[in-house]
Design a protein around this ligand. Structure first.
Ligand code: NAD
Length: 256
């Protein structure tokens, strides 16, 4: 069904992005990876699934890097059929203590980069009358937590961008939707577990339980594989008329 399509997944050298890239590759989708982590082992894992894979190291906070990556994708694969805007960073501090440079970085990487990739990917998707744009937002695109002003603002922003992208393409074969995970145990979250353990003198296991217990009624992490399967659904024919949703996979977090 998706064989020989091409997906560009930003921030896919680890975590959720890599999980989504692998789920799409299992459907026969060629993959362009991006991110700052080691690219060799993700590339090998994806190639082993029998699809073509390439990597571009664009810094998603830099519009000129993003333009270069989109040109690279078009040169190597013809066009990007599936765009997954996933790259993201976190910074935790109260507003009055929030470093201005960190605010700018979170907004640039978690929100503005998706505007750039989307504006650059849309013309070829529209010409083909088929495309899927999947924005990895967060449950923090739907509800807030203290000390995450930049992240919550960026994630609410990307849910808004998702809706506008969906509306502007509603009569075409191009859809845009957002995925809103609760806690997923990736390097981004392990850092928050470590900070809790250090601040409260807890073991890793105790700090993990505390983190889950504060927000996630299921007391379970969502996995990158589960999120990958949701992305596959958005790309499937059954997803043809799913447009502008912000679909949470959060163990009941936003239901409270
Ligand atoms: P992660 O740290 O494992 O992955 C982030 C990826 O983004 C990495 O590949 C990293 O190299 C890349 N990256 C960071 N800065 C970059 C930059 N300037 N340019 C290019 N790549 C850059 O984190 P993750 O948890 O997998 O996060 C992926 C996305 O999922 C983020 O948008 C995050 O906000 C979102 N998310 C994560 C969770 C969670 O619990 N882990 C929950 C909800 C949403």
């Amino acid at each position: 069904m998706l064989k020989n399509k091409t997906a560009l997944v930003t921030g896919s050298t680890s975590g959720i992005g890599l999980g989504i890239a692998k789920a799409l590759a299992r459907q026969g989708v060629n993959i362009i990876l991006n991110g700052f982590g080691d690219a060799d082992s993700p590339k090998a894992e994806i190639a082993a699934l029998g699809v073509k894979v390439d990597y571009h190291g664009a810094d998603m906070s830099k519009p000129s890097d993003i333009e270069d990556m989109m040109k690279f994708a078009a040169d190597r694969f013809g066009r990007v059929d599936i765009l997954v805007n996933n790259a993201g960073i976190q910074h935790v501090a109260r507003i009055e203590d929030f470093p201005v440079e960190r605010w700018d970085a979170v907004l640039a990487i978690n929100l503005t980069s998706a505007f750039h990739t989307t504006r650059l990917a849309l013309p070829a998707m529209r010409a083909a009358n088929w495309g899927r744009i999947i924005n990895v937002a967060s449950v923090h695109g739907l509800v807030a937590s203290a000390e995450k002003s930049a992240y919550v603002a960026a994630k609410h922003g990307i849910v808004g961008l998702t809706k506008v992208t969906a509306l502007e393409n509603a009569t075409t074969g191009v859809t845009c939707n957002a995925i809103c995970p609760g806690w997923v145990l990736t390097p981004l979250v392990q850092k928050q577990v470590d900070a809790k353990a250090a601040a409260l003198g807890l073991s890793n296991e105790e700090a993990t339980k505390l983190l889950l217990g504060e927000k996630e009624p299921s007391m379970q992490f969502t996995t990158p594989d589960e999120l990958g399967e949701l992305a596959v659904f958005f790309c499937s024919p059954a997803g043809n008329n799913v447009r502008g949703v912000a679909w949470n996979m959060d163990g009941g977090w936003a239901a409270q």
